[in-house]
Write a protein that binds this ligand. Structure first.
Ligand SMILES: N[C@@H](CCC(=O)N[C@@H](CS)C(=O)NCC(=O)O)C(=O)O
Length: 203
């Protein structure tokens, strides 16, 4: 197994954190430098035609891309500790929150980064108006997350799930995207402080 990795980029980090939370050793890492456009080469496109990272290459040659697909594969192989929920109710709640966060907060922060950060100028046809429209949506998503965390230690209750990894990385990604995190979001700040202190967060 090999993990085609993108360093500090958020999606590769989600997968490395997932490995760590599972207590699994990382497989051989193949560093792919996004800044140097190594993911846009024909060789990499043969592994992932979407030309995105991360990719988990299995020993039989199957290339698994899409962060959540990779995490689900690992969960299937190593069910404990469960990060996708232990029973149908937990699984549904985890899916619900992961999708809410991924389609809402995470994709809005990514859009701000992709469409406004100078480092993305060569990789994206940047539309500044799209960055601004996405920036304006972030506060609403943050309020929903803060409300959920007001009554829960983690996003889906008292256990960490993949939804925490998605949400925590979205919050981390706000910094390079130059989106401030309001001091008023005390529940997000408490939870994010706890996440950042976990050994997995260094991954
Ligand atoms: N939907 C994919 C998104 C993967 C993705 O966008 N990865 C970024 C790094 S975080 C990337 O490869 N960016 C390269 C580019 O934008 O050209 C997933 O969930 O893994």
């Amino acid at each position: 197994m090999k993990l085609y990795d993108g360093g500090r980029a958020p999606n590769p980090r989600r997968v490395r954190i997932f490995f760590a939370e599972k207590g699994l050793e990382l497989p051989e890492l193949v560093p792919v430098d996004i800044g140097r456009k190594e993911h846009l080469t024909p060789e990499f496109a043969r592994i992932n035609p979407m030309k995105r990272l991360p990719v988990l290459l299995l020993d039989d040659g199957t290339a698994l891309a899409e962060t959540i697909a990779i995490c689900r594969y690992l969960e299937g192989l190593h069910p404990e500790p469960s990060l996708f929920g232990r029973d149908p109710m937990e699984q549904a709640l985890t899916e619900m929150w992961n999708r809410r966060v991924e389609l809402g907060l995470f994709s809005s922060v990514s859009a701000v980064f992709r469409h406004s950060h100078p480092s993305m100028a060569e990789l994206e046809d940047q539309v500044p108006e799209w960055a601004e429209a996405s920036r304006e949506q972030i506060d609403d998503y943050l309020l929903i997350l803060d409300l959920q965390l007001a009554g829960n230690r983690f996003v889906c209750g008292d256990r960490l799930t993949v939804a925490d990894i998605t949400a925590g990385i979205a919050i981390d990604f706000m910094k390079p995207s130059r989106v401030p995190l309001s001091e008023d979001l005390v529940n997000i700040r408490r939870w994010h402080g706890e996440l950042s202190a976990r050994p997995s967060w260094k991954a």
